[in-house]
Write a new protein. Structure first.
Length: 553
């Protein structure tokens, strides 16, 4: 029987089997591209090398380059990031790093010591469309936001509130100014922001919030489940909104010690936002009267546009019903340390794990300034605000203890105006420059370095010379070099010559190590005296035979 011919055929690789994984970078989102060096000069030189590389590669894919730079290069002490939407923008930004200049999309600086603290803003920073730019391009944000909106809609509907949180946030006919939707919408957006940066490897050391922002902080810290947090947020906003409108809130540029003596009945301090930043709240007429008194003393005042006088006695009619609404919630000890608005200190589990704390939280002043100082005392060096606008970021610096503000970095995640994905990528750039670890593999959505872009510019070594300082006498321990010390001013070390039974003595004589040689000069040349040669021979002979166990009598 004739043999049957056989052959093997290998199928063409599918898209999922390609050597270079397709990066899942969303279209239209600018890319953070990182460089670093040890020192400003090295950073500039590295930026120049990368600029030359990019200039020579007109078909370069920025997302692949960003991934390769983030995952394939060490992050050294001096760092720069260009957040670029295109090749030309990248070249301009790299040019700025080379010259040591800033610019749009350019972030540079040195690694900051300390922990990462995250702050969540409260009512007042909401805006129609907040989070929509992230919702459209980042699935992690979209999934987290939708999950929160689903439980909020259920809770609000049970309380008689009609409307979808998502629709209101993304443009629901002005309803976002209603307290119930403002607080619910902020909670949904801020949770989405936290889950998004968390998915990129950002590890938070401590959290805090301003007013209702502390509810978000408590949720991400593990104090409340999502369902219980939604119950609290929905009841809080619904009951506040149901209170009679009226009252007033006024921001005053003065310290608490200046304001407190002027308080009268029906006027409370609603917030202490800085050493000279206090908010008054209460009945309209007395609040405005106290504000005028402070203005007469030279303090700047500004009335806030609010529907209710929050954190004042005007909240008291809702407290009992709110207490009942949250009485059955389950609380757990925070897994991330949490700063309390009520005390301005790190919260203990016993305090925040009770309904009574959250009732008091509605009525009490927001001690934000004390909270920031508590964060600084805890070792926080980088502050990340997760909110629709940079509200708290503008206040943090004023609250920090003297001397620590210059050593700290404050990073807003979003701003009221501008492109949301670009703002968030800039925040990621700022975190990276400050030394906060970023998982660039997770950020770019791939795990294997693209082979066709792995040949990046090598490191721009600065080639500094480091001279060894010493007297040349070889006083160090020579054992680590396989040598034996001989403890003699003329001989430095001894070693056996393998396979020969012989030993080798080595040393170095110079005017630097033996200044007395200058006293023995012949015909203008420094010579070793003959007696020294005799001493070398005698000492070498003694050491040689001592090594094999012979001694003289």
């Amino acid at each position: 029987m004739a043999p049957t011919p056989r052959h093997l055929e290998q199928a063409a690789p599918t898209a999922t089997e390609s050597a270079d994984p397709a990066l899942s970078w969303p279209k239209g989102v600018p890319v953070p591209l990182v460089v670093s060096g040890r020192g400003a000069a090295a950073l500039a030189a590295q930026a120049q090398r990368l600029r030359t590389f990019v200039a020579d590669e007109p078909q370069l894919d920025l997302s692949e380059l960003g991934y390769a730079l983030g995952c394939g290069r060490a992050g050294l002490s001096d760092r720069g990031v260009v957040v670029a939407g295109g090749r030309e923008e990248l070249l301009v930004g790299l040019g700025g790093l080379v010259r040591g200049e800033g610019g749009v999309g350019v972030v540079s600086g040195s690694v900051v010591r300390g922990r990462l603290g995250v702050l969540f803003a409260g009512q007042g920073c909401q805006r129609v469309g907040m989070g929509r730019g992230l919702y459209e391009v980042f699935p992690v944000f979209r999934d987290a936001f939708d999950a929160v909106c689903e439980v909020l809609d259920r809770e609000l509907g049970a309380g008689g509130v009609v409307g979808s949180v998502r629709e209101v946030v993304f443009g629901g006919g002005g309803l976002l100014e209603r307290t119930v939707f403002a607080q619910a919408g902020l909670f949904a957006v801020e949770v989405g922001l936290f889950r998004l940066v968390e998915s990129w490897g950002v590890v938070v050391d401590v959290v805090g919030g301003h007013s209702v922002g502390e509810v978000t902080a408590a949720y991400v810290a593990g104090v409340l489940s999502l369902e219980d947090a939604a119950v609290l947020v929905a009841a809080r906003g619904r009951l506040m909104e149901a209170l009679p409108e009226g009252g007033a809130m006024v921001a005053v540029a003065a310290g608490e010690e200046v304001v407190r003596p002027l308080l009268v009945s029906a006027v409370d301090i609603a917030a202490v936002n800085g050493p000279e930043a206090v908010v008054l709240s209460g009945d309209e007429e007395p609040v405005l009267r106290v504000a005028r008194d402070l203005s007469d003393q030279g303090c700047r005042t500004r009335r806030l546009a609010v529907s209710h006088a929050f954190h004042s006695a005007r909240m008291e009619p809702m407290l009992e019903e709110f207490r009942e609404a949250i009485a059955d919630l389950s609380f757990s000890a925070p897994v991330i340390p949490l700063v309390s608005n009520v005390t301005g200190r790190l919260a203990d589990a016993e305090t925040v794990c009770s309904p009574e704390y959250w009732v008091e939280h509605v009525r009490s002043a927001v001690r934000f300034a004390d909270g920031v100082r508590a964060l600084a005392d805890y070792g926080v060096g980088t502050y990340l605000e997760l909110a629709p606008d940079a509200v708290l970021s503008a206040m943090v610096g004023d609250c920090l203890p003297e001397g620590s503000a210059a050593e700290s970095v404050v990073v807003p995640s979003l701003r009221r105006e501008g492109d949301e994905p670009r703002a968030l990528m800039t925040a990621i750039a700022q975190l990276h420059v400050a030394g906060v670890p970023i998982d660039f593999g997770a950020l770019f959505g791939a795990t294997v370095l693209p082979t066709h872009i792995s040949a990046l510019p090598t490191y721009a070594f600065q080639r500094e010379h480091y001279w060894l300082v010493g007297d040349g006498r070889g006083a160090g321990d020579v054992a680590s070099a396989g040598l034996a010390g001989v403890e003699h001013p003329f001989l430095g070390a001894m070693t056996e010559v393998p396979g020969s039974g012989e030993v080798l003595f080595s040393s170095r004589l110079s005017l630097g190590s033996h200044p007395w040689l200058a006293d023995h000069v012949a015909a203008g040349a420094v010579l070793l005296p003959g007696a020294a040669f005799v001493e070398l021979v005698v000492r070498s002979w003694t050491m040689r035979w001592a090594a094999v166990g012979w001694r003289s009598w």
